[in-house]
Design a protein around this ligand. Structure first.
Ligand SMILES: [Zn+2]
Length: 344
């Protein structure tokens, strides 16, 4: 049986195995034409006022998504908070060293590699509102509750070894403390919005990667924070509605961004995103054909080209070897509510 790479997102029952056997040191961020990122003591400056803290897929561990901090008149806007304590610590240290508070937290979606750091940031900056879609509430009652049960059973049977065991226990604790994952302000629609005193455009894609995916565009710097609507080394389909996701990518493409920061992986320019989008469309078409899954994975890597560094090809291949047969070709096995009835 093909083991699920679900742990990439949450708890990861069928764990271990192939994916995490692959040692992955994520490459240094690529330079984006015209906006060459510069390395600071920790984060990567992707534009004026905007610092990216890269997440990663460390071998034997659950991943962290990328986090980005944007300087605003009232303090920092933090977009996604990561999973591990060490990741959120970097955000906290950056805010403290700057002398400015975290003024607003935004979660692109509820997956634990993007929202687990909420607790630490919320405790440190209790005044900061948390903006997110309404998806976390349903996830806590459904997907995350199921994951927690599965994990508890695997832990009790001694089937998860360190260092993954600590990560899985950490995720169980995060789910038990689920209130920290819930927004104080639910994002209900796309549009312009002043956040922490800075004029931004907030986007909401319904039923794409999750029930509701929030993205953020900064008109002053033309940086677009895409969350997991864009993920490298491959799209992560665990809770996705692929058709709606495809439509959400068309919406992003219409934005006038210079740099796009994905949920996982290095920043890209608009041409890089166009390549991602075309590869995504062709991946869905391949999955809908009778080509073998391996051919679809190879096609993805050809289409993505330089977006996927050589040393991440094996990870991309193993992800797609799972997603094509078990998710894209098995819509009936989708988690509840992944696709609304009119998009199945
Ligand atoms: Zn993610």
């Amino acid at each position: 049986m093909q083991r699920s790479p679900r742990l990439l997102l949450t708890l990861a029952p069928a764990v271990t195995g192939a994916i995490f056997a692959l040692a992955l040191a994520l490459a240094a961020p690529v330079a984006v034409a015209g906006e060459a990122p510069t390395q600071t003591e920790d984060g990567v400056v992707v534009a004026r006022d905007t610092v990216l803290f890269r997440g990663g897929f460390a071998a034997g561990h659950q991943p962290d998504g990328n986090s980005t901090m944007i300087a605003a008149p009232a303090g920092w806007i933090v977009f996604d908070t990561g999973r591990h304590r060490a990741h959120v610590r970097r955000l906290l240290d950056h805010a403290r060293a700057s002398g400015h508070p975290v003024a607003t937290i935004i979660n692109s979606h509820w997956h634990l590699d993007h929202a687990s750091g909420n607790r630490i940031l919320r405790d440190a900056f209790p005044e900061a509102p948390v903006l997110a879609s309404g998806g976390a509430e349903a996830a806590l009652a459904g997907f995350l509750a199921d994951s927690r049960r599965q994990s508890a059973s695997l832990v009790a049977q001694g089937r998860i070894a360190e260092p993954m065991l600590s990560d899985v226990r950490g995720d169980m604790a995060t789910i038990d403390d689920g209130a920290a994952l819930l927004p104080t302000e639910v994002v209900e629609r796309s549009g312009p919005r002043t956040i922490a005193g800075r004029a931004m455009h907030v986007g909401l894609a319904a039923h794409a990667v999750s029930e509701g995916d929030v993205w953020l565009f900064d008109p002053a710097t033309r940086v677009l924070l895409a969350g997991d609507l864009v993920t490298l080394p491959a799209p992560l389909f665990d809770t996705a509605c692929p058709q709606r996701w495809r439509e959400a990518l068309a919406t992003l493409d219409a934005m006038d961004f210079a740099v796009l920061v994905p949920g996982h992986g290095a920043p890209m320019d608009h041409a890089g995103f166009a390549r991602y989008r075309r590869g995504f469309d062709r991946l869905l078409a391949c999955a809908a054909s009778d080509a073998d899954a391996d051919a679809c994975a190879r096609g993805w890597l050809d289409d993505a080209g330089a977006l996927v560094p050589r040393d991440e090809h094996a990870l991309a291949g193993s992800l797609l070897a799972y997603y094509v047969p078990n998710v894209l070709r098995a819509p009936a096995a989708r988690p509840r509510n992944a696709c609304p009835a009119d998009a199945r």
